[in-house]
Design a protein around this ligand. Structure first.
Ligand SMILES: N[C@@H](CCC(=O)N[C@@H](CS)C(=O)NCC(=O)O)C(=O)O
Length: 203
């Protein structure tokens, strides 16, 4: 049995859990609720992951894995390899680059949310986040068709989770009206059992 430091709100944890469901490995993962905050690092977690972040996965033999990309690579390897991240060639690097786009978007959304919740957010930073977010959404809209023609993979999982995270934390952004193709694709993807089983919630 593997143990995953988990929270129902983290999009990175969700990425790992969606991958586990898609690979048929979810029942080999025990989740433990781990509360993290940038302002108050969780002491116990630091012993396992010095970065103090979730997801962090502890294997049966005590081996510790982070971050979410490494954990998904490991799960994919357990499931035979090359299933969510193609093994080689152009397909592999396109998958990883698209994952980096959606994952970098999530990293940025977390920083953006922190900034805008401050009593005195830096206007230049808020403008920069808005500008980059527009550019990422335009790229996702542009790439939706090509991405959706690929077999299920980590890029699709991460992009769909980013869309759901926008609904959850940035309902004011109006991304669905601005990205009709990405939005329609995301709605369909969100119906997968792996997505339904891992819905993000404020709990
Ligand atoms: N690059 C990391 C990002 C993980 C991450 O930022 N997790 C957040 C929760 S959504 C966290 O643990 N934050 C606590 C902190 O930054 O101290 C990954 O892909 O796993």
């Amino acid at each position: 049995m593997m143990t995953l430091h988990w929270s129902p709100r983290s999009p990175f944890v969700r990425k790992v859990m969606v991958a586990a469901h898609e690979l048929g490995l979810a029942d080999r993962i025990r989740t433990i609720r781990t509360v993290v905050s940038m302002q108050q690092p969780a002491r116990q977690l630091l012993a396992e992951n010095p970065l103090g972040k979730i997801p962090t996965l502890v294997l049966a033999d005590g081996t510790i894995l982070y971050d979410s990309l490494v954990i998904v690579e490991y799960l994919d390897h357990l499931a035979g390899g090359g299933r969510l991240i193609p093994r080689d060639g152009h397909a592999r690097f396109t998958e990883l680059r698209r994952h980096a786009l959606a994952n970098g978007f999530l990293d940025m959304l977390i920083l953006w949310r922190n900034e805008r919740e401050k009593t005195q957010p830096l206007p230049a930073l808020l403008d920069a986040f808005a500008m980059k977010s527009d550019a990422v959404l335009a790229a996702l809209e542009d790439e939706t068709e090509a991405m959706s023609q690929r077999p299920l993979g980590l890029a699709q999982i991460t992009a769909a989770i980013a869309g759901a995270y926008l609904d959850f934390r940035f309902p004011d952004l109006g991304w669905r009206d601005r990205c009709p193709r990405f939005s329609a694709w995301q709605v369909r993807f969100a119906e997968r059992p792996s997505m339904l089983a891992t819905r993000i919630e404020d709990a």
